[in-house]
Design a binder for this molecule. Structure first.
Ligand code: GRF
Length: 314
């Protein structure tokens, strides 16, 4: 299994970046660091990354609009064939365009137990509020600052006499542990059968009159009292694959798809020429495209009246 390609964006010391990088040295780590990039050419973390043989990129934001700078960073990320972006002390507010380009693929670490204390001075605010714990959170990045679904958190006890610096130092230890673990789980999830079935399920069941049954051990989606339009093949006869099976126009299309991408598409055993199997366990699925495959397959089996009604509602 190829490792997920992660780029880390930093502005300063980059100790979280270092933690991600050292964790990635383990053979079984599901990600690799392919780029460390910064808006600050003097960021100490760049030198460390270079010394570790990681590609680096720096471009100051000074004199540039937010969008123009984000575009430059985006290009560097694309050039490095980045799959996921990890923000690690990247002190920039991001444009909605940039956030949109990396939706679901950009994580951030924040030194508080979100949703408490978004923004700056988190430790000071936790101490002042008399909280028993500070801590850190890893979350997906959305357009709102320090918002977005929380993927993991570690609480850190506040000690009597703690200052914001002493607490920050302990929280940083927790950050270093948390970030690589959460990032690993997040990138690995895209190849886990449970996650993949759930993604297909949500999409298939959103189609009109859809229902789910189990057929030969496979989750299978059809129209109530009607025909099936999708199956998820799970380790069929121990082939180790997770694949979505949908209807297609026939043998020509089947052959064409397999020719275009023989790693991803294959002829599903026992299903004949009217179906194609597409592997979901290769990582980085285009779920919008899968939505279209499911809708098309649904249309291929839906009774005319129902299809017309669905068109009408849409
Ligand atoms: C960390 O506290 C992180 O939570 C916050 O910025 C700090 C970056 O520290 N987003 P470092 O550069 O990783 O050492």
């Amino acid at each position: 299994m190829a490792k997920a390609r992660v780029a880390v964006l930093i502005s300063g010391t980059g100790t979280n970046m270092a933690a991600l990088l050292y964790a990635a040295k383990a053979d079984d780590c599901p990600y690799e660091i392919v780029l460390v990039a910064s808006n600050n050419p003097d960021a100490a973390g760049l030198k460390l990354a270079e010394a570790e043989g990681i590609a680096t990129f720096a471009h100051s934001h000074k004199g540039l609009s937010r969008e123009a700078h984000d575009d430059i960073m985006h290009e560097a990320l694309v050039a490095a064939k980045t799959d996921y972006v990890a923000l690690a002390g990247y002190m920039r507010i991001l444009s909605p365009e940039f956030v949109g380009q990396w939706e679901g693929r950009m994580l951030n670490i924040h030194p508080s137990l979100l949703p408490k204390y978004k923004g700056l001075h988190t430790h000071e605010r936790a101490i002042e509020a008399g909280d028993s714990h500070g801590g850190c959170s890893v979350h997906l990045v959305t357009a709102e600052l320090d918002d977005g679904p929380i993927l993991g958190q570690t609480p850190v006890a506040i000690l009597p006499g703690d200052t914001s610096d002493s607490l920050a130092a302990r929280v940083l230890i927790a950050e270093h542990q948390l970030y690589s673990r959460v990032l690993s789980d997040y990138v690995a999830r895209e190849t886990s059968p449970d996650f993949l079935v759930q993604q297909v399920r949500e999409r298939a069941m959103a189609l009109p009159e859809a229902d789910e049954v189990v057929s030969h051990g496979m989750p299978c989606f059809g129209i109530i009292k009607g025909k099936k339009f999708a199956y998820v093949s799970l380790d069929h006869h121990g082939d180790g694959k997770t694949a979505l099976l949908v209807k297609i126009s026939g043998p020509d299309e089947q052959a064409q798809l397999i020719e275009i991408d023989s790693e991803r598409y294959y002829r599903p055993a026992y299903f004949g020429d009217g179906w194609i199997a597409m592997r979901l366990d290769l990582g980085l699925n285009d779920w919008d495209e899968i939505d279209r495959w499911l809708a098309r397959s649904w249309h291929a089996v839906a009774p005319k009246k129902l299809a017309a009604l669905a068109e009408f509602i849409a």
